[in-house]
Design a protein around this ligand. Structure first.
Ligand code: SF4
Ligand code: SF4
Length: 167
């Protein structure tokens, strides 16, 4: 299992066009979504996210009202205060958790989430491989970029390519 983030970034970028071709291949070849999910569960169970936290460093976290309600209660402030102090506007519109130069997400302390119990729904489901709406097949487009920063997605993509006989 590859967990070195520098290598994952390099190999993920290197495999970019191959992974795009694989997405098209998957659409045109019979396969079991259940098997893709089981493989994702196996890989996820072998990776310790507290040793990684890369998604918290590199990813933007979109927020819905329910997240803001839960997080503001957790940190002990009003929703307006939470929006003022802990969020910023996303380039595409909407609110995301505030980002800092040092840690990425404002709530990441070293490798740990300081609001873990009240973390946004997007964080709880990340990388949206085992937990996500619809079939894995229909969500493949989401994973192409994530192979460059998430060890779970990178290792899963490589394992699935071999399992399905893409190479
Ligand atoms: S809220 Fe927690 S889990 Fe979500 S990005 Fe920030 S540190 Fe990571
Ligand atoms: S979800 Fe992926 S990027 Fe995020 S901490 Fe776990 S292995 Fe790392």
């Amino acid at each position: 299992m590859l967990t070195d983030l520098v290598q994952i970034r390099r190999l993920g970028q290197q495999n970019k066009s191959e992974n795009s071709r694989f997405r098209a291949y998957l659409r045109n070849h019979r396969h079991s979504d259940r098997r893709l999910r089981i493989m994702a569960e196996e890989i996820e169970s072998q990776i310790d996210c507290t040793q990684c936290a890369n998604c918290c460093r590199v990813g933007e976290v979109p927020l819905v009202d329910r997240d803001i309600e839960k997080l503001s209660k957790f940190v002990g402030c009003t929703k307006d205060e939470f929006v003022r102090d802990y969020t910023q506007s996303a380039a595409e519109g909407g609110l995301i958790l505030k980002r800092t130069e040092e840690s990425g997400c404002v709530f990441l302390h070293v490798n740990l989430c300081s609001v873990y119990e009240a973390r946004p729904h997007n964080c709880a489901n990340y990388p949206h491989l085992v937990r996500g709406a619809g079939s894995i097949d229909s969500r493949m487009w989401e994973f192409l970029k994530r192979t460059e920063h998430c060890p779970i997605v990178y290792n899963w993509m490589e394992a699935v390519k071999t399992d399905i006989g893409f190479r």
